[in-house]
Design a protein around this ligand. Structure first.
Ligand code: PEP
Length: 263
């Protein structure tokens, strides 16, 4: 007879073989984490071979880029301009970001759309600039509560995808990841339900097949934490997470990283 431990191992290996997908774990630090706080955080995270991306604020990004690289963590800014330089006070450009060895760019977060008037028109320019400069762009899209309740969410998401990804070639689409973030679930502590996430990601994937002839990876964002990540990540249409609040706590973030490796 086979002992229980080896049977257990065999089941584990078989399941792992069929279900293995390494989820992407992206953390958006927003306007949090000084350099010192970021350093303490990274020391707790240690080295990782998971798919981890962190979007720190600029000062922390600049000073901790090397520390993140050393640990196997991918990184990038939370925003960027579509021009290389000029009289745009307070903005940051692609050449500045390139200097830091960033691989990823975050674009179109709902807070930027809402508080800084980032329109689909501006975002389209940013996405083209980002991918043509060799970066992976994480483009955030999402509907508001009214659009969710009235059933108009499909139209809103379709509109964002069409406008923001306009004029991208097939090859350029290789560098785009979508983060589906329902605005009503961001920072509220209440994520969308599994059914809502599945339905929405399925809709997005079908829509992409129709307009681009292919699917792009989709991260889910909106109150993901160490307790709901396993269930959300287990959905076959979820390719990873974009995490705000829980990405600020190294213990919670580490738990989510662990989950990302064994879903
Ligand atoms: C976000 O802002 O991208 C986000 C998902 O935030 P939170 O996880 O805090 O809801």
């Amino acid at each position: 007879y086979m002992n229980i431990t080896s049977l257990d191992q065999m089941i584990h290996d078989t399941v792992a073989k069929y279900l293995k997908k390494q989820l992407i774990v992206a953390g958006n630090w927003k306007m949090n984490m000084t350099v010192q706080e970021g350093m303490n955080f990274l020391e707790k995270i240690g080295n990782t071979d998971a798919n981890v991306i962190i979007f720190p604020p600029y000062t922390t990004l600049a000073l901790l880029a090397g520390e993140m690289r050393k640990r196997g963590i991918h990184y990038g800014p939370q925003n960027f301009h579509f021009l290389d330089k000029g009289a745009y006070t307070g903005e940051i450009s692609i050449p500045m970001i390139r200097e830091l060895g960033c691989g990823f760019l975050l674009a179109g977060h709902s807070e930027r759309r809402q508080y800084y008037n980032e329109t689909d028109d501006i975002l389209q320019k940013k996405v083209v600039k980002g991918v043509s400069s060799g970066f992976q762009v994480v483009l955030c899209i999402g509907e508001n509560l009214e659009e969710r309740k009235s059933g108009k969410w499909r139209n809103r998401l379709a509109e964002q995808m069409i406008l923001d990804l306009k004029d991208l070639g097939h090859h350029e689409l290789d560098s785009v990841l979508i983060a589906y973030e329902p605005v009503w679930a961001i920072g509220t502590g209440v994520s969308a339900s599994i059914e809502e996430i599945e339905e929405t990601h399925c809709f997005l994937k079908a829509f992409m097949r129709k307009i681009f002839g292919r699917e792009l990876p989709i991260l889910y964002g909106g109150s993901v934490n160490e307790n709901n990540a396993l269930k959300i990540g287990a959905c076959s249409v979820v390719d990873g997470f974009l995490i705000g609040g829980a990405s600020l706590d190294p213990d919670k973030f580490l738990k989510i990283i662990e989950i990302s490796k064994r879903v």
